[in-house]
Design a protein around this ligand. Structure first.
Ligand SMILES: NC(=O)c1ccc[n+]([C@@H]2O[C@H](COP(=O)([O-])OP(=O)(O)OC[C@H]3O[C@@H](n4cnc5c(N)ncnc54)[C@H](OP(=O)(O)O)[C@@H]3O)[C@@H](O)[C@H]2O)c1
Length: 283
């Protein structure tokens, strides 16, 4: 195939929407090249990455469960990737494997677009979750000057370990709260769900939104369904909301620019394409 070729690797990879996004942009910007999903088993990851230079690929996206292992294999990484300890975007530079984590920028770009002014300033925020996505979001919130953050999670150990790390990222305070305990919120101006709760096929997220600031923005990074029960309830209470789809689209843009040389735009037409695909998908 002429032009540049990129991939998304994961295991499994069947449900990835990344090819839909990148192939849309390839067509939109009239570029030759390809973007393909490749299922790579964990045992084959190292070999796949070592052989990248002699392959047709110039780089690609990395998804579950390969983000941390690929970070370890990368020779060069961005500061953001090092804070998170995981990469989702890789490329070759001077024959060396380089990696970045674009979830942080994707999350912030989407929040800026869907809830402008959310950080002007944001004194207090709460993040539900203590996995890779929560970590990326906390790095993003620290970079935008959020002063106080509360982390909520089902499992105490993982939550406390993440809180210990987040304390050196620039917050004035980082507190923790078990998800199962009531009365979680106290005047937060931003709430983010960074768990898989509320996703199609997963249990619902059950939190009492009482206690959030009256003007709080509520964000959910789950994008299937497009409007989660959390976002519906937040909207019913008059909060501004931000959904996971925009983050998915915005995190894809920097990778596309690296591999294909054009900074693509997240447009309503692209959104509609993914929305249609999500609506057609069966749980
Ligand atoms: N919109 C986007 O672009 C985007 C980007 C990245 C991720 N995501 C989505 O974000 C979600 C989390 O991803 P991740 O990479 O952070 O995953 P992860 O590292 O596996 O973390 C999963 C998180 O969800 C919690 N969780 C899972 N099942 C639960 C349950 N039954 N009850 C309570 N808590 C539960 C876990 O809590 P414990 O610690 O207690 O296990 C943990 O906090 C996924 O749904 C992913 O698709 C979306």
């Amino acid at each position: 195939m002429s032009g540049k070729n990129a991939f998304v690797i994961g295991y499994p990879i069947k449900h990835s929407r990344s090819p839909l996004i990148h192939n849309y942009w390839l067509k939109e910007y009239n570029l030759t090249g390809s973007y393909t999903k490749l299922e790579i088993a964990p045992g084959d990851l190292k070999t796949f990455l070592s052989n990248m230079e002699s392959s047709i690929y110039c780089g690609g996206n990395v998804t579950i469960p390969h983000k941390e292992k690929t970070f370890e294999i990368c020779v060069r990484t961005t500061e953001t990737a090092r804070k998170i300890g995981a990469v989702n975007t890789i490329w070759l530079e001077d024959s060396q494997l380089c990696g970045d984590n674009t979830d942080v920028g994707g999350f912030l770009a989407n929040l800026d677009e869907e809830a402008p002014g959310w950080d002007a300033p944001c004194e207090k925020a709460a993040v539900i979750g203590a996995g890779g996505a929560a970590r990326a979001i906390l790095v993003g919130l620290a970079s935008r000057g959020v002063r106080h953050v509360k982390i909520l999670n089902r499992t105490a150990d993982r939550m406390r370990a993440l809180a210990d790390e987040a304390r050196v990222w620039g917050f004035q305070s980082v507190t923790t709260h078990l998800l199962a305990e009531p009365r979680a919120f106290s005047g937060e101006a931003l709430l983010v769900n960074a768990t898989s709760l509320g996703m199609v096929g997963q249990p619902a997220l059950s939190v009492d939104l009482d206690g959030l600031s009256k003007n709080a923005v509520v964000s959910d990074i789950v994008y299937a369904p497009l409007e989660t029960a959390l976002l519906r309830e937040a909207a019913r209470r008059g909060h501004r909301t931000s959904s996971g789809l925009g983050m998915l689209l915005h995190q894809a843009a920097p990778g596309f620019e690296r591999w294909f040389g054009v900074r693509p735009k997240v447009t309503p037409a692209l959104r509609d394409l993914i929305v249609d695909d999500l609506r057609q998908a069966r749980p």
